[in-house]
Design a protein around this ligand. Structure first.
Ligand SMILES: C[S@@+](CC[C@H](N)C(=O)[O-])C[C@H]1O[C@@H](n2cnc3c(N)ncnc32)[C@H](O)[C@@H]1O
Length: 165
């Protein structure tokens, strides 16, 4: 994630799902000078740990935490296609809605990375759990989306990397 943000010289970055701050630190470390990372999370408790680690990592001034349901945060963003890089890693049933807010706000050539898109194979189960159903539908949604080109990487439990046309 650090390398990707660095390769892209990313300045406008958003993360959906921050938890204790690991991926946000990876993203913020790679951003260009003056870059800004908006972090969306619903948990005050987990993100208070993230704040501690942002301070320790010397990155707190680059990160703007928005506490609340991520969909509300995304919908409140300007509609201009200004994002260089986005990372989706929150509640799986929300992925499709996050995608629909993020794609139009991503600049041509910008990249959207989505975690857990294979769910360790759970998406292929005959009787998938609700998260697996949501991810399966999300993957179909991405496949049919001609605003982007994408690849699914079998890294961890699946990482989708999409580029806005
Ligand atoms: C898998 S963790 C994120 C991990 C983090 N990206 C990392 O790699 O270090 C998922 C996070 O999504 C947050 N989350 C769940 N539902 C959410 C919602 N509706 N809006 C915003 N954040 C939500 C949880 O509070 C949790 O911190």
């Amino acid at each position: 994630m650090t390398m990707l943000a660095g390769l892209m010289d990313a300045r406008h970055v958003i993360e959906v799902g921050t938890f204790t701050g690991y991926s946000s630190i990876c993203l913020a470390r790679g951003m260009a000078e003056g870059g800004r990372l908006i972090c969306c999370d619903i948990s005050e408790a987990w993100t208070s740990l993230a704040r501690t680690y942002w301070q320790k990592a010397g990155l707190a001034d680059r990160i703007d935490l928005r506490l609340g349901p991520a969909l509300d945060t995304l919908r409140a963003l300007p509609s201009a296609a200004a994002l260089d890089l986005a990372f989706i890693d929150a509640d799986k049933t929300g992925y499709a809605a996050y995608w629909e807010e993020i794609v139009p706000r991503t600049r041509p050539g910008g990249v959207i990375v989505v975690d857990n898109t294979l769910l360790h194979g759970r998406i292929f189960h005959a009787e998938p759990d609700p998260d697996a159903v949501a991810i399966r539908q999300f993957n179909e949604h991405v496949l049919a989306d001609d605003r982007i080109v994408h690849a699914m990487l079998p890294v961890g439990d699946g990482l989708t990397v999409a580029r806005r046309k």
